[in-house]
Design a protein around this ligand. Structure first.
Ligand code: SF4
Length: 61
């Protein structure tokens, strides 16, 4: 699983960091991936991906 964040879209709302704090952290104005999860399917990451209001999160499986 490889997670990327499109910082041209991210508005720094913090939803992803709330949904999966072990993976996302808002630093300054944008979210940052602080750890790529090893599991092929992490429901918290899926929640973050689906909850992003601007579709800035991409998860490559
Ligand atoms: S949920 Fe989306 S817009 Fe909000 S901080 Fe995370 S990546 Fe950025």
């Amino acid at each position: 699983m490889t997670i990327t964040i499109d910082t041209t879209r991210c508005i720094g709302c913090g939803m992803c960091a709330y949904a999966a704090p072990q993976v996302f952290r808002v630093v300054g104005k944008y979210s940052t991936v602080i750890a790529q999860p090893a599991a092929s399917r992490d429901p918290k990451v899926s929640n973050a991906e689906n909850g992003c209001p601007v579709n800035a999160i991409t998860v490559a499986k």
